[in-house]
Design a binder for this molecule. Structure first.
Ligand code: SF4
Ligand code: SF4
Length: 258
């Protein structure tokens, strides 16, 4: 299937390729479309983020609500197999909370590299999964107690996420979240971001728009973006690029023709 082409190969191809046909709308129209899309995303995230806080509070009264956590895990990782980390954009309630609410009080400092590196991510994943497994075995077969433990775990990790957001950046937690780490593994090569290098002016607006502090502009020089498995497929870089240099693989003219 054409969508399976490795991102590195695609970008090398693009460097040799003729300039694709100009986008179907002018810059003003694209800007307006991007503004509309961002408004919708903000609204969805505000609803998702508020629902997350309500759910967390309700979970302390009704522990069975804690089962939405394994549901989120299955949905997030399942979606990642086909769409990369799309779940983490605005479908994840905690991710929505971070972008819609925590971002308002976060200092937006650079996320330290240690959070992006495998040792810490695998360590956090292994630790949380071990604790979870031990507790489920210990509390089995009491569904209320197990649900309550899910809520406790969600509360603790949310406090950690908020602290990281207040120290560094609202999405810092999204590098060490277990769903993120597993989604990165299974969805790394899905929906890669491609650049038409002839169009890129190096303005860096794409990197400035990225909620994960990734650098799509690096595709101008490199065959693939560092930490591409952590791209949320949010399209903010695509929409903010003034020259329409960025697209996802499925929207690229060469891919459509293939
Ligand atoms: S916003 Fe577009 S033109 Fe500017 S650096 Fe990024 S890809 Fe290049
Ligand atoms: S690289 Fe682009 S699509 Fe991916 S998370 Fe950053 S802004 Fe969103």
């Amino acid at each position: 299937m054409s969508m399976k082409t490795h991102p590195a190969a695609r970008v090398v191809d693009l460097e040799q390729a003729p300039m694709p046909a100009a986008p179907g709308m002018d810059r003003k129209a694209r800007k307006a479309q991007s503004a509309r899309a961002q408004k919708v995303r903000r609204l969805k995230q505000l609803i998702g983020g508020t629902a997350f806080l309500a759910l967390l509070a309700a979970g302390w009264l009704y522990p069975l609500m804690g089962y939405f956590i394994p549901v989120c895990m299955v949905l997030g990782i399942g979606l990642a197999i086909f769409r990369g980390r799309s779940w983490c954009d605005w479908l994840c309630p905690r991710g929505s909370f971070e972008d819609a609410l925590l971002a308002r009080i976060s200092p937006h400092r650079p996320i330290p590299q240690v959070f992006r590196a495998a040792p810490l991510r695998v360590g956090v994943l292994a630790f949380l999964m071990t604790v979870l497994t031990i507790q489920i075995i210990r509390l089995w077969p009491d569904p209320w107690a197990i649900g309550g433990f899910f809520i406790l775990l969600l509360s603790i990790t949310t406090v950690v996420g908020v602290a990281l957001g207040l120290i560094f950046h609202q999405r810092t937690w999204c590098y060490i979240c277990p769903i993120a780490t597993m989604s990165n593994w299974v969805g790394k090569n899905q929906r890669p971001l491609l650049m038409t290098v002839e169009r890129c002016t190096g303005c860096n607006l794409c990197a400035r728009a990225c909620p994960m502090q990734l650098s799509p502009v690096a595709l101008k020089e490199q065959s693939s973006m560092a930490h591409r498995g952590d791209c949320l497929k949010c399209s903010l870089c695509v929409g903010n690029c003034p020259t329409a240099a960025l697209t996802f693989q499925e929207n690229h003219p060469d891919t459509q023709a293939a």
